[in-house]
Design a binder for this molecule. Structure first.
Ligand code: CAA
Length: 410
């Protein structure tokens, strides 16, 4: 659907009010979210602000310095221009989107009429503590709070606010302009009304929400993606092959849209490193960390944004590596498939999501072209389990096959 038509449809949807089901006690349902404030104008914040404005919401994009906001507005204009170039947006919608988007520095001003605040500030709990203290005191009591955190515990963050019942995780994927998925994460105290309001909000953005039933480390997608980056480094070391060979095999044999190193560079080694620490802190079983990630972070080789990570880049704008068939022949990605599917099965064993939602999340949040568990079937479940058992014997219980995977083989 053309974006401008979509925006019109969304505006009419927002005009409707729905009554909550009578069985639900919901002080915190927001029937008509119209004004959205995004805190933080970095990679995710500017993208979230852009898509909200594209969908017809009035958006205040707040950051602490003008230069951050200027940089964010430049990126938004670049992205909107791309959409116009590709006939996905009219020039009129371009202008309307920009007119709905106001950059702001003063926090109090930024929160004045907010129905929903989406926080996308750096992943530092002590910083978030300060932000949430201020936001709690300035925002209207009815304002809903959502965090775009990739890995911090939603329930703990909710406790930093004056309204844990109205607090939720709303995890977008990079680039938010292109990725369809939003993980909606319920904290221990999140009220049902808040969940419903935010699921509807995500649909009104033109995105697909997947409800993450438990606030586990990495939620759904990062539980699979982040450990894979580390595993890819182990594979490179063990097999003595190149980044390109691994990436080409991921792309051309496993149906990933980007190679895993390419994706890590695109995401940012700072983000991967922080997510690693947080996930490992919460659950040692989730990840087998390779020290190279921390090393690249310390060397400020953060990927595309700094010009170097696993690969080198000529600019901080969207840039891809040429991954060719000839490179895809040397590496058997079964270990990568085994690790990804084992973590996926952990999510299913632990009731974090259904199998259908898992596959939806991987398709829309990581762009997987084939269902992960279908790829496991193609490679042979028994082979995948044998590989995990072999790895578990050699390298420890991170690799021990999950009971769900074992059951699939029965
Ligand atoms: N706005 C508008 N257009 C954009 C854009 C943006 N922000 N970013 C890129 N584009 C454009 C590109 O410039 C390119 O246009 P041109 O053809 O004119 O060069 C086009 O979109 C993309 O075309 P490609 O053929 O290069 O790329 P593709 O078909 O592979 O699609 C992709 C791109 C959607 C990013 C796809 O590669 C993909 O799904 N990659 C995986 C991304 C992913 O996994 N993201 C999640 C990371 S994890 C995360 O974010 C969570 C976390 O907490 C860490």
């Amino acid at each position: 659907m053309a974006l401008e038509n979509h925006s019109l449809k969304l505006l009419s949807i927002q005009g409707k009010t729905k009554s909550p089901p009578p069985s639900i006690v919901c002080d915190h349902r927001m029937d008509k979210i119209a004004n959205v404030t995004v805190l933080g104008s970095g990679t995710m914040g500017h993208g979230i602000a852009q898509i909200a404005a594209m969908a017809g919401f009035k958006v205040l994009l707040r950051d602490v310095e003008q230069r951050f906001l200027d940089n964010a507005m430049d990126k938004i204009k670049w992205s909107l221009n791309k959409l116009v170039e590709k006939n996905k947006m009219t020039k009129e919608s371009f202008d309307q989107t920009l007119s709905r988007l106001v950059p702001v520095i003063d926090l109090k001003e930024g929160l004045k009429d907010a129905d929903l605040v989406i926080e996308a500030v750096p992943e530092d709990l002590s910083l978030k503590r300060i932000v949430y203290k201020d936001v709690s005191s300035y925002a209207d009591p009815k304002t809903l709070f959502a965090s775009n955190t990739s890995t911090l515990p939603i329930s703990e963050m909710a406790e930093l606010t004056d309204r844990p019942g109205s607090f939720i995780g709303l995890h977008f994927f990079n680039p938010p302009q292109l990725m369809k998925l939003v993980e909606v994460i319920r904290g221990h105290q999140t009220e049902q009304g808040t969940v419903e309001s935010l699921m509807t909000f995500v649909e009104n953005l033109g995105k697909t929400p997947v409800l993450v039933q438990k606030d586990v480390a990495g939620f759904i997608v990062n539980r699979i993606f982040i450990p894979l980056v580390h595993e890819a480094v182990f594979c490179k070391e063990r097999d003595g092959i190149t980044y390109e060979e691994i990436d080409a095999a991921m792309k051309l044999k496993l149906g990933f849209p980007m190679g895993i190193f390419e994706l890590a560079d695109y995401t940012g080694l700072d983000v991967i490193n922080k997510a690693t620490h947080e996930m490992y802190l919460r659950d040692k079983k989730v990840i087998n960390p390779h020290p190279l990630i921390e090393k690249l972070f310390e060397q400020k080789k953060l990927g595309q944004k700094t010009g170097e990570g696993f690969y080198s880049y000529s600019s901080d704008k969207y840039e891809r590596k040429d991954l060719v068939q000839a490179d895809a022949t040397t590496f058997d990605p079964i270990v990568m498939l085994a690790v990804a599917s084992n973590n996926a099965c952990w999510l299913l064993s632990n009731g974090v999501c259904s199998q259908a939602d898992l596959e939806k999340a991987l398709r829309l949040g990581m762009g997987l072209k084939k269902e992960l568990l279908a790829t496991v079937q193609e490679f042979g479940i028994k082979r995948v389990i044998e590989k995990l058992q072999e790895m578990s014997d050699k390298y420890g219980k991170f690799y021990a096959p999950d009971p769900y995977l074992l059951k699939l083989a029965d």
